[in-house]
Design a protein around this ligand. Structure first.
Ligand code: UDX
Ligand code: UDX
Length: 467
């Protein structure tokens, strides 16, 4: 079958992955109608907002794509049943958080939303439907989906009509990184499509061939595809924990982590990507996916392999604890009666996503030591920040400011936790004037101009450099 036979796509889940990835399919496939559905009405309303700055996901370039396609071949709605019914292909892009209770708690992915999506598809779909796993999933999840779908592969009644349903399952994990999602989707390193039936694989390939070169489209069996996504994230996170572990050694030996990462990254076998030191990786994927990999290894009795990968997550938490302790030590060992400014709350620059942000863990450590915190982030709104601390004893010690300058007023230290470019261009002289002395800047991303800050009068700590 060719691309012409695909007329209608439905995606369940209008989140950080579902929204942008479907917008880019709609952009490149004007003949295909793409319906993105979500149970969250507020989110759908935001996707449909006339004011494109109110889209629920902030991604450079996303607003332009939505503006071009929305209402033409890209639609956002809560009408799950109707859109499943019309679809030739259904992408599942719901969230799969780490389980908080029960078997595998703290490690395994919670597949409750995958299961409920599969049940909805089983109930409402018609004729033959290709079901595509977009969410990152444990290996062999397709089996669960298949069991649910196959139990409804029978003649169903739709009013007076009776028809045979059938399904095929494809794994097509998404590799986009937040903040560069549109570029990643438009120019992917590769598109991975795993499945068992050639015809269904070909149909999914035909969508991507509208804008991706054929040699970048990799087809594999289902299980390789599911596992590759987990392993890709584990390898990326491993590099970050590796460089972060060395940042501590640099601080003690007089080496500079930036110089070390430049020097090792020039070796083609190592490469220069994902060698930026920082306050640890955040985001919805890395920690969850590694813990999921750890769980899988344990399940299959590979305990040493599980321990190996778990260490990546442990080093990540260690780095956050370490940075918190360094702040405390430099501020004379106590944060009681001190105010600190936290610049950056998203887990990386150019996104408004705060899931697993290092800012959260580090802020909580600092609050535990008795400090008050003033936050500023260019894209994360006040409620999103306050929500993180709601209901705990520290709620009253939090303030969110409209500018970095306001956040810094009256504080002893500015702690930069997200590498927003604008923090490099702040009027640091003015900021210095309104802070209590000695005024500190802690640069956990090693990207500010240390010489300039020192000249202004700040005491400066930079990750991965001896002071
Ligand atoms: C995705 C997932 O695919 C996850 O497995 C992957 O690791 C990261 O990317 P993401 O798009 O970031 O998750 O999640 P989120 O922004 O939370 O979006 C998921 C959406 O699915 C939410 O808007 C939620 O309301 C929706 N949803 C969830 C449904 O529409 N139906 C459900 O049954 C459950
Ligand atoms: C990641 C993967 O890159 C992507 O392929 C997958 O689909 C989803 O998970 P994402 O979490 O959106 O993407 O962002 P990424 O750029 O990978 O950054 C993750 C975290 O690692 C951030 O907190 C970032 O600040 C940190 N990071 C990244 C570093 O500390 N150093 C680096 O060199 C790179």
């Amino acid at each position: 079958m060719n691309n012409k036979s695909i007329k209608n796509i439905c995606c369940i889940g209008a989140g950080y992955v579902g929204g942008p990835s479907m917008a880019v399919i709609a952009l490149n496939c004007p003949d295909i109608i793409v319906n993105v559905v979500d149970i969250n009405l507020q989110k759908i309303d935001a996707w449909n907002s006339d004011d494109l700055s109110r889209l629920p996901v902030f991604e450079p370039g996303l607003d332009k794509v939505v503006e071009k396609c929305r209402g033409k071949n890209l639609f956002f709605s809560t009408e799950v049943e109707r859109n499943i019914r019309k679809a030739d292909i259904i992408f599942i892009s719901v969230n799969t958080p780490t389980k908080e209770i029960g078997l595998g708690k703290g490690y395994a992915s919670d597949l409750k939303w995958i299961e409920s999506s599969a049940r909805q598809i089983a109930k409402f779909s018609r004729n033959h439907t290709i079901v595509v796993e977009k969410s990152t999933l444990p290996v062999r999840t397709a089996e669960t989906i298949r069991d649910i779908l196959e139990s409804s592969e029978e003649i169903s009644d739709f009013g007076t009509e009776r028809e045979q349903k059938s399904f095929s399952i494809i794994s097509n994990p998404e590799f986009l990184a937040e903040g560069s999602a549109i570029n990643d989707l438009q120019n992917p390193d590769r598109v991975l499509i795993g499945g068992e039936e050639e015809e269904s694989i070909d149909r999914i390939c035909s969508i991507y061939k509208n804008w991706v070169d054929s040699d970048k489209i990799i087809t594999t069996n289902l299980w390789s595809s599911e596992l590759s996504k987990l392993v890709a994230n584990a390898f990326l996170a491993q590099r970050i924990s590796s460089i972060n572990s060395i940042s501590a050694l640099c601080e003690l030996t007089g080496a500079n982590i930036k110089e070390v990462s430049l020097a090792i990254g020039k070796d083609k076998r190592i490469g220069d990507q994902f060698l930026k030191p920082g306050p640890g990786f955040g985001g919805s994927c890395f920690k969850k996916d590694i813990l999921n990999l750890v769980y899988l290894c344990q399940y299959y009795g590979l305990h040493d392999v599980a321990d190996y990968w778990e260490q990546i997550v442990k080093i990540n938490s260690w780095q956050q604890e370490r940075i918190s302790s360094i702040v405390i030590k430099n501020l004379f060992g106590t944060l009681s009666n001190k105010k600190l400014a936290i610049l950056g709350f998203s887990f990386k620059a150019n996104t408004n996503d705060t899931r697993e942000s290092p800012s959260i863990a580090i802020s909580k450590n600092l609050l535990k030591e008795g400090s008050e915190l003033n936050f500023y982030d260019p894209k994360v709104n006040k409620n999103q920040i306050l929500k993180e601390f709601q209901g705990n004893e520290y709620e009253k010690k939090i303030k969110v400011s409209e500018t970095a300058f306001d956040a810094a007023k009256g504080t002893d230290a500015v702690i930069v936790l997200t590498e927003w470019e604008q923090f490099n261009n702040l009027d640091w002289e003015l900021i210095f004037q309104v802070m209590r002395k000695p005024a500190w800047v802690f640069d956990s991303r090693n990207y500010l101009d240390k010489n300039h800050l020192s000249k202004v009068g700040f005491k400066v700590w930079t990750l991965g450099q001896s002071s």
